[in-house]
Ligand binder design. Structure first.
Ligand code: PAF
Length: 281
């Protein structure tokens, strides 16, 4: 496996590969890799000649310094997991000074209002930070394809918007959320949950499924109300939001024909912030 922490070195390596007309996939991550990441990496490996996996815990997307400090990280474990997938993965593992050569701060992007809802309301400047780092990674790697999980659907839409605003040739590939058999979506933050909290967290997925079942028969206000009532019966769950929103604009609907909708949820479960969503079509 090739491991780079230096921008010029990875660019030289990629330059050689690209001169042989190879197709490059990029899977951006913040490490603490799990099966959800593996599924993105495996998809990229199938669809590209070479896959770059970046591991970088991006400081500008954290609005809470404690969240940044306690974000799970285990690079040796990550490298072992990557090796178990394939020996020809290219790992890019820079430090903050390499990515942010001057001051560590976000650039400003026109996110066309996609950052105004849900996560944007609870995590100030989070998406400007995400857009900043993904934009930097895109300009370093210049991949043909970039892979994002649908669990962070708002993030995915924001990156699609970024790529289209900047008229980049890179294709953004949507990857379905990877779940345990009980429905809990895989997330690096699950590492912070105890066994019993993980069980309680499955109620977020149950709430999303309820919305899916009732979407065609109850109005959205009624669904949201019932979900809030249901989740309030678990003292460990502190709901931040549960909304049904247009998949394209992320706005909460007046429902329109031929539009696609999703239900989105964010909650603190035993003090760990989790997000999830489900398509309603
Ligand atoms: O989803 C993540 O892990 C991060 O937000 C990303 C896309 C790697 C940017 O830091």
């Amino acid at each position: 496996m090739h491991i780079f922490s230096d921008i010029l070195q990875i660019q030289n390596h990629l330059f050689k590969l690209k001169s042989e007309r190879t197709i490059i996939g990029l899977v951006p991550t913040m490490g603490a890799l799990h099966e959800g990441h593996s599924s993105l990496i495996k998809k990229s490996k199938l669809e590209n000649d070479f896959t770059v996996v970046s591991i970088f815990v991006n400081p500008t997307q954290f609005d809470d310094s404690n969240d940044l400090l306690t974000y799970p990280s285990d690079i040796d474990n990550d490298i072992n997991l990557l090796k178990s997938i394939s020996d020809d993965i290219i790992l890019f593992n820079p430090d903050s000074h390499e990515i942010y050569s001057g001051e560590i701060k976000s650039d400003h992007f026109n996110l066309n209002g996609l950052d105004k809802h849900m996560e944007g309301e609870y995590r100030l400047n989070h998406f400007q930070g995400v857009a900043t780092v993904v934009n930097k990674l895109l300009s370093i790697v210049i991949p043909d394809n970039i892979y994002f999980g649908e669990k962070d659907f708002q993030q995915l839409r924001i990156i699609e918007n970024l790529v289209s605003e900047k008229k980049l040739k890179t294709k953004v590939v949507r990857c379905e959320t990877f779940r345990y058999a009980d429905g809990l979506a895989l997330s690096s933050r699950n590492n912070k949950l105890s066994f019993s909290s993980k069980k309680i967290a499955t109620n977020l997925f149950k709430a999303l499924n309820f919305a899916k079942e009732k979407f065609n028969t109850l109005d959205t206000f009624e669904i949201e109300k019932k979900v809030m009532e249901y989740l309030s019966s678990f003292p460990e769950i502190k709901l931040e939001y549960f909304v049904i929103a247009d998949e394209e604009t992320l706005e909460t609907p007046i429902l329109k024909e031929n539009h696609k909708y999703r239900a989105f949820i964010a909650a603190n479960v035993s003090g760990v912030r989790l997000i999830d969503n489900i398509k309603l079509y």
